[in-house]
Write a protein that binds this ligand. Structure first.
Ligand code: 5GP
Length: 114
């Protein structure tokens, strides 16, 4: 299977503005930001969507959420507020099929849940 565009970023085959990386995950700025802070937190393991996640991925998913929180503190949006989003499949608008969390903040976000 061809590697995802996010795996290409992990492997430094294409550039990205990387904010954080460890052995399990990477976080980089979204190329088309929807807010002043828009960072993607991506597990290095290629999981297509949340539908493919299993109990084995429980710690990995929690790890990504804690990275998002750490970045919110680093970017000084922890007090003002932020939103974590994960899209799954077509109706949610998922475009990259390598599971990821969006961290959004730095402005008053519209409450549009669908
Ligand atoms: P999704 O719609 O799948 O939840 O989110 C995918 C996100 O990845 C989109 O917000 C899109 O702008 C971002 N994205 C797609 N390709 C690239 C890329 O090559 N580099 C970066 N930094 N972001 C990307």
């Amino acid at each position: 299977m061809a590697s995802s565009i996010f795996t290409k970023i992990i492997n430094r085959e294409i550039p990205a503005k990387i904010e954080y990386e460890d052995e399990l995950a990477i976080a980089f700025h979204d190329i088309q930001p929807h807010a002043p802070i828009h960072i993607l937190i991506v597990p290095k393991k290629e999981i297509e969507t949340l539908n493919q996640a299993t109990i084995e991925d429980m710690n990995l998913l929690g790890h990504c959420l804690l990275i998002a929180k750490k970045l919110a503190v680093l970017k000084n949006i922890d007090k003002s507020g932020y939103r974590i989003v994960m899209n799954c499949n077509r109706d949610a608008g998922q475009t990259v099929f390598h599971l990821h969390f969006h961290l959004l903040g730095g402005k008053q976000l519209q409450l549009n849940l669908g």
